[in-house]
Design a protein around this ligand. Structure first.
Ligand SMILES: [Zn+2]
Length: 597
């Protein structure tokens, strides 16, 4: 496909970037005035203990500076993403990044000074300054971790350990992305280099021999370096446990969860719930084995598509119509906002030379959200549109309802709105599918998401939990230990019908996310919460649409767990995850009826 250059894009398909700044000159003016004005906040340095008035003024100025900065930063980067080869905007983006660091440095005194205020002092402040009440939650969020902050001398030393602590992650990433070479496999009679990038495509190859070769070669390589990789991962566990101890957290898991104030039960109940619903996964494995018509199902048979891709070209206008229809259960207001987003050009639709790949939703407080796409017209793109508009309308609702301080939402809930939209759209498309082939495609697409997001990420989460526990008990972390843990989990999650090839025991060694401890569980919880909510919406539960709107409007004005409770979803219990996996089971049954009549 011949690619057009940015200037050839039709205006109606480009996002209305002018809603941020009418011209680069106006951006320049804002940039300069912010660089000047931000110095002013330093007049509050060392004075937050003086009075409620001083604290209030300081927090207000901080919000105002951050908010102004957001617009500058978003404009520079979105402009750059339109064409990453454009040097002018590349430069703007770099300047915005530098300004970000300067702004952060200028305001860095606020947090430690807040920590030094006693509860009594703060209570008096709230009484003296009624308007300070707005910031109560924000202040509380800062001082919640107060007991884990150490004396300034120790904090200074700790700050200097950061680079050392990142060493295992850096070593792993260098090894994985720069040094590790796998060698070649034979594809269609030709030698082909196996890379990190094409491994998953090999796993999707219809030729089983290609899959087997790629699988065996990849893990053979990792096994050659097993002791090194175990030592690197062990180093990462050590640095994490070091901070856990120094900061006096009961465990590394609790340290990780404390950031968003997530109760430990959310983590353990997720694992528990998935364990309850493993039989559904075993049914999936059984179906796969029958559909692929193999004597034995191996680990290299997990990613090859079970159904034919639907080769239907969907024009963007039709995609918008499908999304609007699919999201009707969210109510008229929601659909009206979708239309507004479509007609007010929130979306940058098609690719052009140099445009950033993939898709995202972004924006600055005070203006509407934006969506970047590289729309090609296949079925996946329609889901991407629903997904990104989910993010966009989540931001829109929160921005409209919350003051700047609480408008942004946390990672734990970030994928709820996007996933909920996808689930509603799939439901609509299933009801309106033209034939069984299309139905099978949609069901398979949906099941793959459950498999990759709930089952796989929960297995990762369980692995992390066990590895950290063993390290915290002081056990030596060897490749043998890690591979043993991983192999047993893999067997447990896939069940008897799957041949648990020895090679898979080394999979732990290639997961970059393990270097950000206890992160991946949020993919599973976010997805499960979204499916639980979409089920309630589809079943027409009374009041759910209004409750969901409250959730969307909540930003970070409440804890993530409480925001979800607004929709009757309590992530400290197993119910939501089990409810989501019941949907998996139901859809699996439907796919089975089509593929094995
Ligand atoms: Zn997303």
């Amino acid at each position: 496909m011949s690619e057009m250059i940015r200037a050839e894009q039709k205006k109606e398909n480009c996002w209305s970037i002018e809603d941020l700044y009418q011209s680069d000159d106006l951006w320049e003016k804002d940039f300069e005035s912010l660089a000047e004005d931000m110095k002013e906040i330093q007049k509050y340095q060392g004075r937050l203990g003086e009075s409620g008035r001083v604290l209030l003024e300081c927090l207000r100025m901080m919000d105002s500076l951050n908010c102004r900065f957001e617009k500058i930063y978003v404009y520079a980067n979105q402009r750059w993403h339109e064409d990453t080869g454009n040097h002018f905007y590349q430069d703007l983006s770099a300047r915005a990044a530098k300004l970000a660091m300067e702004l952060e440095m200028t305001m860095s005194f606020v947090e430690p000074e807040l920590m030094n205020l006693s509860d009594e002092q703060l209570e008096k402040y709230y009484q003296d300054e009624m308007d300070l009440e707005l910031y109560r939650r924000k202040i509380q969020e800062s001082i919640r971790q107060r007991e884990h902050i150490l004396s300034s001398e120790i904090e200074e030393i700790l700050a200097q350990t950061g680079e050392m602590a990142r060493a295992p992650q850096n070593i792993f990433s260098m090894f994985q992305n720069a040094d590790l070479k796998f060698g070649t496999i034979t594809v269609n009679g030709k030698e082909q280099e196996l890379t990190q990038g094409n491994y998953i495509r090999c796993m999707e190859n219809k030729d089983r021999e290609v899959r087997r070769q790629a699988f065996e070669l990849l893990y053979k390589k990792y096994r050659e370096f097993q002791n090194t990789l175990a030592a690197v991962y062990s180093g990462n566990l050590s640095q994490d446990i070091f901070y856990t101890k120094v900061r006096r957290y009961p465990s590394s898991l609790e340290m990780a969860l404390s950031g968003s104030n997530i109760p430990k039960e959310v983590y353990t109940q997720l694992i528990e719930a998935v364990h309850h619903k493993l039989p559904a996964m075993y049914h999936y494995v059984e179906l796969r084995k029958k559909v692929l018509d193999v004597e034995q199902l191996h680990m290299y048979d997990v990613y090859v598509p079970m159904v034919h891709t639907v080769e239907r070209e969907i024009p963007f206008a039709e995609a918008k119509k499908m999304v609007k229809e699919g999201l009707k259960p969210l109510g008229e207001d929601y659909v009206r906002l979708l239309e507004k987003g479509f007609s007010d050009r929130w979306i940058d639709v098609y690719e052009n030379e140099g445009k950033r790949g993939g898709a995202y939703s972004w924006g600055a407080y005070g203006t509407h959200p934006y969506v970047l796409m590289n729309y090609q017209g296949n079925m996946n793109d329609v889901f991407t549109l629903a997904h990104e508009m989910g993010h966009a309308l989540h931001s829109y609702h929160s921005d409209q309802t919350q003051p700047y301080t609480y408008a942004g939402y946390r990672i734990f809930v970030a994928e709820v709105a996007s996933t909920c939209n996808e689930a509603l759209l799939i439901n609509y498309m299933l009801e309106n599918a033209s034939d069984d082939n299309e139905k099978a495609y949609l069901l398979n697409y949906f099941l793959d998401q459950f498999k990759g997001t709930i089952y796989r990420q929960t297995m990762f989460a369980e692995f992390e939990m066990i590895a950290h526990e063993r390290a915290e008990k002081g056990e030596g972390i060897t490749s043998e230990l890690l591979s043993g843990i991983y192999y047993e989990l893999n067997k447990k999650y896939f069940g008897e019908e799957m041949v648990s090839d020895q090679e898979i025991a080394m999979e732990w060694a290639r997961i970059p996310h393990f270097y950000t401890p206890f992160y991946v569980y949020q993919y599973a919880t976010g997805f499960a919460a979204a499916i639980a909510i979409s089920s309630k919406i589809l079943s027409g539960e009374s009041g759910i649409v209004e409750a969901y709107k409250k959730f969307l409007s909540g930003g970070s004005s409440m804890d993530c767990i409480d925001l979800l409770k607004l929709c009757g979803v309590d992530m400290t219990k197993t119910e939501p995850v089990e409810m989501a996996l019941d949907v998996f089971r139901e859809k699996l049954g439907q796919l089975k009826d089509i593929l094995l009549p």
